[in-house]
Design a protein around this ligand. Structure first.
Ligand SMILES: C=CC1=C(C)c2cc3[nH]c(cc4nc(cc5[nH]c(cc1n2)c(C)c5CCC(=O)O)C(CCC(=O)O)=C4C)c(C)c3C=C
Ligand SMILES: [Fe+2]
Ligand SMILES: [Fe+2]
Length: 364
């Protein structure tokens, strides 16, 4: 990057934002996590008093134990929660990429619920002298339930600060070529290693996104449209034709109607209709987590095999794919334009000093 002497470089931080995860796969820890998560009015829009009774009287007593068992089935030995492990890895590798390119930037990870909390991480960045802050959610598709809730939390914390940083945020990147390219790379690498689906024989490629109440779409949440666009772009990038791939929505919660088609019933119907091999991928989850490893890689596999399917292949999430870390850097760089980074400050100063030396020589 060409340092512009008219721009003043400052200490810049990139804060990756993700959902959060329980501290342990136990009913007690899951209850603490679910209580904070499901008390967020951005996530559940039911009137507070009614929801408080349902949450505390029914959901938490029943769901905490059931979810804890599921978490225990995907917990990584020594590494813990996959969502935490991969999100941390992504932050570390993104920081290293900037460093490799000679740019100094503070890269950190904050969770919306649980630890490391947004408040604590922002406090640490403040102590390190952060002057500019770029928020980069690990949600490629924007939703008020996820991205907006994470931004709300940052604004709440900064609202208490006397000396605030300059602030920018990445709203979404569901259709950025770098993100689509990373998804394509993840799927194509799997197919190169394990073999391509035979679409002529009826094999199918399913892209499963986290669901949302349909009511949220009707009230203006753009998430559904963004998932469809990602799905279409990934299908095109893989050279697939309409009909060879499907977009579905998983993780329905409660009795209300959610975005359709639902993943599990779609898998069941495809198996019953004679689809023998299915490849399934979750493009909306940059990191593997409970929703992908338990619900899709385990539960949905059983459904497919029970209903006549023969070969079910789960394609892992982006996790630490170098094409994904590169995409994160490209997305960040696009939003850092006009914010020269620290090493550039050194470059600018060196240039200024060189010019001053030359001027002195000329005078002498
Ligand atoms: C009303 C409930 C929920 C909405 C709305 C919702 C939206 C939403 N969630 C994600 C991403 C993730 N969700 C995860 C877990 C999870 N989600 C809900 C409920 C809603 N999500 C619950 C209750 C849980 C906890 C697990 C369970 O008890 O079923 C996770 C995984 C976390 C982990 O620790 O691994 C992710 C990631 C998105 C992207 C989204 C809307 C777009
Ligand atoms: Fe969720
Ligand atoms: Fe789930």
């Amino acid at each position: 990057m060409n340092p512009n002497p008219h721009l003043r470089p400052t200490k810049t931080a990139i804060l990756l934002l993700n959902l959060g995860t329980p501290a342990a796969p136990t009913a007690k820890a899951v209850r603490v996590y679910l209580k904070e998560f499901l008390s967020d009015p951005r996530v559940v829009e039911i009137p507070r008093v009614i929801w408080w009774c349902i949450l505390n009287g029914i959901i938490l007593p029943i769901r905490s134990g059931a979810s804890a068992k599921k978490y225990a089935s995907i917990w990584l030995p020594k590494l813990g929660s996959p969502l935490m492990h991969y999100s941390r890895l992504q932050a570390k590798e993104l920081g290293e990429r900037f460093a490799q390119h000679g740019q100094t930037v503070l890269v950190d990870l904050a969770m919306r619920y649980g630890q490391p909390s947004t408040e604590a991480v922002l406090g640490e960045l403040q102590e390190q002298g952060m002057e500019r802050l770029l928020l980069l959610p690990l949600y490629p598709q924007y939703s008020a339930t996820t991205s907006a809730s994470s931004f709300d939390e940052v604004f709440r914390v900064l609202g208490k600060w006397r000396n605030q940083p300059e602030l920018r945020l990445v709203k979404h990147y569901h259709d950025y070529p770098a993100y689509i390219n990373a998804l394509r790379d993840q799927v194509q690498t799997f197919w190169d290693k394990e073999g391509c689906p035979d679409f002529a024989k009826g094999d199918r490629f399913v892209m499963s996104f986290h669901g949302l109440p349909k009511r949220n779409l009707m009230r203006g949440d753009p998430y559904h449209c963004e998932c469809l666009k990602t799905g279409r772009m990934l299908g095109e990038a893989l050279g697939l034709e309409a009909g060879q791939y499907l977009v579905t929505f998983q993780s329905r919660f409660g009795k209300a109607e959610w975005l359709k088609p639902y993943t599990a019933p779609t898998i069941e119907k495809l198996a019953q209709a004679g689809c023998e091999r299915m490849d399934i991928f979750c493009p909306g989850f940059p990191a593997d987590c409970l929703e992908t490893l338990e619900e899709i890689a385990m539960e949905a596999r059983e459904i497919f095999l029970e209903h006549g399917g023969k070969d079910y292949r789960y394609i892992p999430c982006l996790n630490s794919n170098p094409a994904w870390i590169e995409a994160l850097e490209i997305i960040a760089q696009q939003h850092l334009v006009g914010w020269p980074l620290d090493s550039e400050s050194e470059a600018v100063l060196t240039k200024r000093n060189e010019r001053a030396e030359l001027a002195k020589e000329r005078i002498a």
